[in-house]
Design a protein around this ligand. Structure first.
Ligand code: OOB
Length: 549
């Protein structure tokens, strides 16, 4: 277990008192825990359909009532307020039930993605000292019970992890259906305390965890629902992995439930799965990452009829090209909204009444009048509108520090609390942002974020690898893929062998290098650091030469 975790710093960095007071006064922070969202929707929209998962359906009232029962089941299991629970579920109704039950209990979900494997899950469990892990039995051809067994073996007997809860066939573990119990009275969790831990895309060796409070997140959900004009008639298709911040809260499932609308869970985002669901349920809004938007536009050429109910397609997570943006309305027959957000907080949207040039050519503007957005040069000096620079931000729903990461926090935040997003943007009049690139050492694989250093550390563990540098290379479909440059110790190992080694390290598939280049040495910058820009250019040139040849 991570006995040293306390030494890594505070669980969360509160907003300074004067900011907290300002955010309360402005009505952003209302002192309500997130599960109140469901209580309110059950009261206002009780008999309306809230959730559809395959053939199963819940009204708002039924969902609220079942959350009470699951929360009671978690209590009976011995879980209590403040406990961390790693949640790794695909898009199934139990995700929604578990999240609200944990909120109600004041326990903190730690949001893992279905793509994560032993390396990531074991780390989340040990670093957060999680008491429970909730997984599916199988999904996408993968058995998550085996993964849970490996994680338990890796953590050992002294770990805080005492419960593995399985949706489906539980085998030796606790079945999710067994969590059902007579509701018990639970004290409301403090709204200015932590609600959950979300994952950062990150750029460092280990994924960072993002502590979000009930107050701050609830505000971002309400404001997002309003910007997207959600109401009780809205039906949202959740096709992206539900645990990601975009489909969860921008406005996502929480925003739709808040508005009294209906959430339809899609097991995957392929047109063959999603289009029939859109038609059957009369879906009005959904969100995609750019590569999926391209796939949908391809498919819609022959199947547009199935999409007739769709009013709004939100696209975000990575940069949507202007060409693709321009095609959304004519090809899919619905409006486009660009979303540029981050799990750390700040979310920007283009607005419904924006002129076309803004919707097509920008990534929107911030949610809140109290989002402070700065665009600065390398020395943190503010740049005029129109000039590209580093995006810094602070505001009523942007964190002031990562979970137990003091050393990193000193670099990731300015002394006065601005988050260094690592994005290079240009600001236009009116606050609209255009994402021009990235300063952070990360690969954005069509919305899946890969921290270069994390992959490099795994590569360095291979005995034949002397040094490794992972960079982005251009890709027509995903925008970027990853290329690992490796300096071997002696004889050049086979790329296949490196790939096998990486898989056995137990990391998510999307983090495995898409290409490996062996080199004798790395280009260096003036101060002697690996010149990643030169490496990026090198691989980009090779790719374009190969295409030309
Ligand atoms: C979303 O959240 P994360 O935490 O997975 O990733 C955040 C990063 C941003 O810092 C930026 O580098 C990139 O993803 N990004 C975009 C983008 N949206 C996100 N880059 C260019 N254009 C965009 N539209 O990805 C996320 C969270 C909430 C809503 C939407 C996306």
């Amino acid at each position: 277990m991570s006995g040293s975790s306390a030494a890594e710093g505070a669980d969360f960095t509160p907003w300074p008192a004067e900011f907290a007071a300002r955010y309360r006064e402005a009505g952003y922070w209302r002192g309500e825990p997130l599960d109140q969202l469901l209580r309110d929707s059950a009261r206002r929209h009780g008999p309306r359909t809230a959730l559809v998962c395959g053939a199963r359906r819940w009204t708002h009232a039924e969902l609220d009532a079942q959350v009470d029962r699951v929360a009671a089941g978690l209590v009976r299991l011995g879980l209590a307020a403040g406990d961390k629970v790693v949640l790794q579920l695909p898009n199934v109704a139990e995700f929604v039930l578990a999240v609200f039950a944990l909120f109600r209990l004041g326990a903190l979900p730690v949001f893992a993605l279905p793509a994560h494997r032993r390396s990531e899950i074991a780390y989340f469990c040990s670093f957060t000292e999680a008491r429970a892990l909730i997984v599916a039995d199988r999904h996408g051809g993968f058995d998550y019970r085996s993964l849970a067994r490996e994680v338990c073996a890796e953590l050992g007997d002294k770990a805080a992890l005492t419960h593995i809860i399985v949706v489906g066939e539980a085998e030796e573990f606790t079945s999710f259906v067994a969590l059902d119990a007579e509701p018990v009275a639970l004290p409301a969790p403090a709204a200015d305390g932590l609600a959950f831990l979300q994952l950062s895309g990150g750029s460092t060796g280990r994924p960072k965890l993002i502590p979000r409070t009930h107050d701050d997140y609830y505000y971002s959900v309400r404001a997002s629902a309003e910007i997207c004009a959600l109401d009780a008639e809205s039906t949202y298709l959740c096709a992206l992995p539900v645990a990601h911040n975009f489909p969860m809260s921008s406005p996502g499932i929480l925003g739709v439930l808040h508005a009294g609308g209906c959430v339809v869970l899609a097991p995957d985002a392929s047109p063959d799965t999603a289009f029939p669901l859109i038609e059957r349920e009369g879906v009005t809004i959904t969100s995609l990452v750019p590569p999926l938007a391209l796939v949908w536009m391809e498919a819609a050429a022959t199947r547009r009829g199935e999409l007739s109910s769709l009013r709004l397609l939100q696209v975000g997570g990575s940069r949507l090209s202007d060409e693709a943006a321009r095609r959304v309305l004519p090809v899919l027959g619905c409006h486009l909204q660009q979303v540029f957000g981050m799990a750390e907080g700040l979310v920007n949207y283009t607005r419904d009444d924006d002129e076309d040039a803004l919707v097509i050519g920008t990534q929107g503007r911030a949610i809140s009048p109290d989002d402070e957005v700065r665009v600065v040069d390398d020395d943190d000096r503010d740049l005029p509108d129109g000039e590209a620079g580093h995006l810094l931000t602070r505001g009523p729903y942007t964190i002031r520090g990562y979970f137990r990461a003091d050393v990193h926090n000193a670099r990731a935040f300015t002394a006065d609390g601005f988050y260094r997003t690592g994005d290079i943007v240009r600001r236009l009049p009116g606050g609209y942002l255009v994402v021009e690139g990235r300063g952070k050492d990360q690969i954005n694989r069509g919305g899946d974020k890969v921290a270069a250093e994390e992959v490099e550390n795994h590569l360095l563990a291979h005995p034949a690898v002397l040094d490794a540098a992972v960079v982005a290379m251009p890709d027509a479909y995903l925008g970027e893929r990853s290329c690992a440059f490796i300096v071997p110790r002696g004889e050049i190992p086979r790329a296949m062998e490196i790939a096998r080694f990486m898989r056995e390290r137990g990391l998510a598939q999307f983090k495995l290098p898409d290409r490996i280049e062996f080199v004798t040495h790395f280009p260096k910058t003036g101060v002697g650091k690996i010149d990643k820009r030169a490496l990026r250019e090198q691989v980009a040139q090779k790719l374009s030469a190969a295409r030309a040849g």
